[in-house]
Write a protein that binds this ligand. Structure first.
Ligand code: FPP
Length: 250
């Protein structure tokens, strides 16, 4: 994608980072629905899991690029509560990748100053995955360059249901305001996503960050996730910088 257009965008984005308006022009939290791995593989006559492998490489690149461009929080939809319904071989392939990533790449992310977090119903995963998840979170807890949030076995409706259940168990007294409920979400300390990117050409939210994304700006990319690159991330950031966020006001 290294065309002259993306070169211009790159320059604009750089200016945004250094301009006085950078705090509002650059999204603090970018969330991504990484869609299109299966189609990417199919087009090449390869099994879907090879598409997920290529997707994992795109994810590694994107973490580096996001950090480099000054994004403070990057969340990715790595596995939804609905993904269990996929073919057994694909689910097993994804779990294999997850294990490989956790065991092989976390040190690298730590060295790059990333704090790694996992959001979702983690108890569904096998013990060895859970242990690695916990040690990855412990190892990277004090890193401050970028927070990388893996949403795994995550569903927005489930999160809201869990928040309501947790609130009811808390014996909360008084009116239930947004702030009260928010405290019971999976990761209340993470700021709401400013920009939500979805690749793969589909125009839907698919149960991602339902509460938190109420006022997110959307950027839909026709690229399949394994093809997502720095130029497209820069285009998304540039598009965001031109938006007028009104949060329901005139
Ligand atoms: C959606 O594409 C993608 C997923 C369900 C999985 C996303 C996973 C990765 C990018 C790699 C995992 C990495 C880690 C560290 C967990 P799709 O399969 O729905 O694509 P399609 O719409 O073309 O079928």
């Amino acid at each position: 994608m290294g065309d002259s257009k993306s070169g211009v965008v790159a320059e604009d984005t750089k200016n945004l980072e250094t301009s006085e308006e950078s705090q509002t022009a650059l999204p603090r939290h970018v969330a991504i629905v990484m869609d299109g791995n299966g189609r990417w593989a199919k087009r090449r006559g390869l099994p879907r899991v090879i598409g997920h492998q290529a997707g994992m490489k795109a994810l590694e690149r994107t973490i580096d690029n996001a950090k480099d461009l000054g994004v403070r929080y990057l969340s990715v939809y790595a596995f939804s509560t609905e993904n269990w319904k996929r073919a057994r071989s694909e689910v097993q392939g994804l779990m294999g990748l997850f294990r490989y990533y956790l065991k092989g790449k976390i040190q690298q992310m730590h060295r790059r100053g990333a704090r790694v977090r996992f959001v979702g119903l983690m108890n569904a995963f096998q013990d060895d995955i859970l242990e690695t998840v916990r040690s990855a979170e412990d190892l990277t807890r004090d890193n401050t360059d970028i927070d990388v949030i893996f949403c795994v076995n995550y569903g927005g409706r489930q999160e809201i249901l869990d928040a309501v259940s947790s609130l009811m168990r808390s014996n909360h007294d008084g009116p239930v305001t947004e702030d009260v409920l928010r405290k019971h979400l999976y990761a209340p300390d993470i700021p709401d996503p400013d920009l939500l990117i979805r690749t793969g050409g589909e125009l839907r939210i698919s149960n991602f960050w339902l509460w938190e994304g109420a006022y997110s700006e959307f950027y839909f990319s026709d690229l399949l996730w394994p093809d997502f690159d720095r130029a497209e991330l820069e285009r998304a950031l540039h598009s965001y910088a031109g938006r007028n966020r009104r949060y329901g006001t005139a």
